[in-house]
Ligand binder design. Sequence first.
Ligand code: ADP
Ligand code: ZN
Ligand code: ZN
Length: 756
Amino acid sequence: MFGFAETPEWQQAAQEDVLIADVVFNLPLERPYSYAIPEPLRGRVQAGQRVLAPLGRSNRSVVGYCVGVRASEKGQRALKPISELLDGEPLLDPSMLELTRWIGERYLCGWGQVLDSVIPAGVRRKSGTREINAISLAEGSETEEVLKAPRLTRQQKSVLEILLKEARPLPAAELCERAGCGPGPVNTLRKRGLIVAERVRTEVAAAEQRDVEAQEDLLMNEQQVKALDQILRPIRVSEYETLLLHGVTGSGKTEVYIRAIREVVSYGRQAIVLVPEISLTPQTIRRFRSRFASVAVLHSHMTDAERHWQWQQIASGDIQVVVGARSAVFAPTPHLGLIVIDEEHEPSFKQDSTPRYHAREVARRRCQDEKVPLILGSATPTLESWLRAQRRLDTLVSMPNRVAGRPLPPVVIVDTRSDPRLARGFSLGRAMFTAIGSALKAKGQVILFLNLRGYSPVVWCRSCGTGLKCPNCDISMTWHRDKAAIVCHSCDYSTSPPPQCPSCQSPAIRFLGTGTQKLDEEVQKSFPEARVLRMDSDSMKKPGSHDEALDRFRRGEVDILLGTQMIAKGLDFPNVTLVGVIDADTMLRQPDLRAAERTFQLIAQVAGRTGRGERGGRVLVQTSKPDDPAVKFASKHDFLGFAQHELAERHDALAPPFTAVARVIFRGPDEQRTRQTAIAVAEKLKAARQGELQSLRVLGAAPAPVVRLRNLWRFHLQIVGKTHELVRELWTTVEKTLTLPEDVELAVDVDPMNAR
Ligand code: ADP
Ligand code: ZN
Ligand code: ZN
C-alpha cells in the first residue's frame, strides 16, 4: 500500500524481528493498517491505546487506535512507523475491543468509527479534573435581549446563543468547542459582565446518591418468584442466555430486575441496566438508588468531565449498578454479571448515526462473550425478540398479570368518522369530551396523547391545494402559533408564514390539523377549571423541566397532562383514571415497515399508564381505522394475537425479522448525480449476486421517503437476505469496487429502524 522511493533509516532498522501495530482510524475502512513500532516505543504500545500514525499519500499524522500488536512475518515489506503514542494505558480492555470490532463487522462500518463513538470524548481527552469552569449567562442577561448588546462579534454572539439555548451552565471547553472559538470571546464577555464563570464540582452523582432513602425489598408475588427463578439459573452457573421477560404493564418487572441484580452484586459483579433516554427520570433512578449502595447514572447530557469521572468509577469496580441509555452498554464494568434492557421495544436503542448499532444486539454479543445472561423486558416486545423466543433461541419468561390482581384497563375504540364534535373541528370527540368531564369530576387525573407538536401540522393554500414545505427538506411546515412562525421539524428552519401562497399568490393560506399546542388550547377552553400541563419538546426545553413536570403531576398539582411520546413511557401514576389517544392514525399512516407494530406498542404503553391504582381506569382511542388489526389487538391487550398476525404479514412480505436488511442511503446536493450514483450501485450489487448470493434481493434504487433533507437529495436501496452474513458478503464485495462522485456520500444502515 505504501511505496517509498528512498529507504529511510527506520526501514533498515525494521528488517529484523520488528513489532507491528495494527491501527484503525475513524474512517469507513474495513481493515486495520499495519505500522512498525519504533524502538523508543517498544514494549509500550498496547492494543486499546491511541497512536499518531502517518496515513495516505500525504503522510499526514492521524489519530488512530492500536487494535493489536504482533511480530512481523518473515519477508514482510517494511512498514512506516507509528509517530507517537498518545495514551499511557489502554482505553479499552481486550474483550471490549473485540466487541467494537464485531460492531464494525455487523453494522458495516469501520472499526475505528466504532471506537471513536464508543469511547467518551472526555475519556479520550483525559479531562479528569474534578473541578471544571462552568459558564452561564449573568443575572439579568438571561433573555434574548442580551443578543442586542452593542459591539458583539459573531463569535461572541454565538457563545451567547448557545448559552441561551441550553439554559444551563456549560463547561468552558465545551462552550468554546461548540461556538468554534478560542477562549478570547468568552473572556471578553466575562469582562463585560454578560456571562459568569464558576468552579463546579463534578461529583454530582455521589451527592445525589446520599439523598435517597434505602428501601426494603418488596414481597414478591408468585408470578415474580417464578420469573426470577428462571433468570437466576443462568446467573448462578455463569452462562450466557437471553431471557425475554414479557410482562404486561404494571406486572412488576422492575422488582424482578432488582432481585436478579442483587444476586449478581452478591458475587461482587456489576450489572448494567439500559433504559430509553426519556425514561431516565428521577423516579427510575430513585428506584435503583434506594435499593443499591452504589449506582452510576449515565445521562446523554453529561459533560465530558462528568462522563470521564463516571467511566473511571465504573472501571474501578466500585459501582454495583450502571443505569443509562443506549451507550451505557459500553460501560467498562470489570466483572459484568448481567445486562438488563428495559422497554426493549423502544426505537431509541438503535443509534441513528454511524455506528448505527442496536444496543440489544451489542448487549447480546457482550453477554455471550462475558458468559452472563441478558434480560429483555417489555410489555410489547419487538417482533425480532418475540420470534427468537418462539424459536427457542431465547427463553420466554411471562408475567401476564398486573400486581395485586389489578385488571388491565378497558380500551374503547372511538370511530372518528362519525363523531359530531370532530366534524365541527374539535379534536376531542364526544366520547372523549364526556369521559374527561367525568374523570375530572371524580377527582381522577387524565393523560392525553398526541404525537404531533406545534399548533397545526399542515400549512395549506385553499385556492390551489398546495401544502407548504420546508425549502431545505421534503417535509411539511408546522405552524407554531406561540412563535408566530412556521417551522420545519426536521431541520428547525423557521420563518413567518407567507402572506400569499408561493405557488398561486392567493392570500388563502390556512393552518390545518391539530398539534399539542392547539389541543392544549381546546382542552383549556373546554375544561376551564382544570389545571392543564403540556409536555412536548417545545415546552420542555430546559433541562430538568421534564422531571419537574412529572413531579407536579404526581403531586396532584395538575389534572390533565397532555403531550407527545414523552408521556407514554414507563410512568407509574396511581391516580390516572383516563388515558386518551387523540389520533391513533398518525402512527398508522407512517410509510414504515413497523407502523402497525409501533401503533400497537403505543396504545398498549399508554394504556399501561392507567388503572395502576385501586380506582381502576380506562382508555379511549380515537381513530378513523377502528378495524385495523393493530388497533383491534391493542384494544384487547392481545399481544400474542397481534404478534401472530403481524409475523404472518412480515413472513409473506419477506421482511424482518424473517430477513436481514441493509439500507444504503445516498446523499448529495445534486439530484441527478445522487440518483445516478444510487442506480449505478444498485446495478453493481445486482450483478454481483453470484453463487450463494443469488438468493439476495436488491430493492431500488429509489427516492427515499423523505427525498430532500437539510438541502441534500436522498436516494436509497435495500439489500435483503436470509442472513446478515450473506448481506454483508454482497455489500463488502461491491463496496471495495466503488468510487463515488465527490459530492455524493453514502451511509449504510443495517437493520434500519428509521424509514425516512
Ligand atoms: P412494570 O415495569 O412491569 O410496568 P413496575 O415494576 O413499574 O411494573 O411495577 C408496577 C407497580 O407495582 C410499582 O408501583 C411497584 O412498586 C409495584 N409492585 C411491584 N411488585 C410488587 C409486589 N410484589 N408487591 C406490591 N407491589 C409491587
Ligand atoms: Zn395556492
Ligand atoms: Zn427542513
